[in-house]
Design a protein around this ligand. Sequence first.
Ligand code: AMP
Length: 215
Amino acid sequence: MAGLHVIILGAPGSGKGTQAARIAKRYGLRHLSTGDLLRDAVARKTELGAKAESYMTRGLLVPDDLILGLTGEELAKDDKRGWILDGFPRTLAQAEALEKMLAGRGEAIDRVLDIEVDPELIVKRLSNRRVCPKCKAVYNLDTIKTKVPGKCDPCGADLVKRPDDEEETVRRRLGVYEKQTAPLIEYYEKRGGLVRVRGGGGIEEIFAEIVRVLK
Ligand code: AMP
């Protein structure tokens, strides 16, 4: 049997990337993060990366056609493990395009998780977020500390602050989320399969709740 097909929604900084990585590991799913794929494209200086970079550093969404090209390619690589989509879809047009892509492949979304967090907590979390540019691990100066300060635990690389985690850009990203992505909650609520998860607590507590609702 093919694996689970899960979408994780939530504002930037809601913890959806951290939870998506855990869910992928626990259920043996592919973790498809459009943000990570785009950051890789920027680092590798590909044509897509060059087009996406200025939107990303300004905290704006990358145009739908670029994202749909990228995700179409990734979903076509399906290897029957199932997937969790993290950061996609982010607009109604993307959600509708995803629906068509999946229908063409005889696949369906099993669950849509919506991680809900207070925006002020998000601003605090993101200003303390540090990421590993090499293995993509995510840390927090307050809550997810490394063994050696500033160095990634598994790979030892120097941690960095994402340029779009500066406070002004975070506030812009939250505005973009409210306007362009939050309407997806209602979209998936109507469609069925949406589950809300309170994302203000600790990582383990939120993960336990997710495992409970995925059963
Ligand atoms: P994330 O790591 O998910 O916060 O994504 C970082 C940035 O990549 C976003 O602020 C957008 O500029 C861009 N991005 C990621 N996923 C999408 C998407 N599905 N649609 C448009 N832009 C995206």
